[in-house]
Write a protein that binds this ligand. Sequence first.
Ligand SMILES: [Zn+2]
Length: 179
Amino acid sequence: MEVVKDLNELLPKVNELANKLILECKKQGIIIRVTETYRSQERQNELYEKGRTTAGKVVTWTKKSKHTTRRAFDIVPVVNGKATYSHLKLFDQIGEIGKKLGLTWGGSWKTQDLPHFQYDAKIEEVTIVGEKTATEHWAEKYYTYLINNGLDIKEKRFDDKTSRGEIFKIIAIMKGFKE
Ligand SMILES: [Zn+2]
């Protein structure tokens, strides 16, 4: 699944903070590159299976990620033109800058995620960015819950009308009805 690196795919507030982080780092002589921003729930699920049911190393411990709510981004410092993941001191420095800006840094977690930054504070403003609404739909949390509990939902739409018949069907299935 496609990796999104565009900062414009983040919520405006998070986009702004990511740009500030890049700028502040630059002022301190550190060049950083954004490696991922928005992540679809489908991609998050795919990453979660890595090292579990599919090949490779475990890369994430959660199906719930702030990347899917456009509140997180990953970066890597660039040293001599090369993305460098082994320079821990550099990550520390970047992490400190991020924290000062109000971001949560994955490097301060028990299970460290050095390249990861996210914005946890409440965002008051409601901004429409083109076609996409910058705030979470009220039903997003229910959708995420169902996805994380193994429900296979083909299309992510929230505002379709539901008929009475469909509601009867959903309740019947929940009560154990088998087709
Ligand atoms: Zn991340």
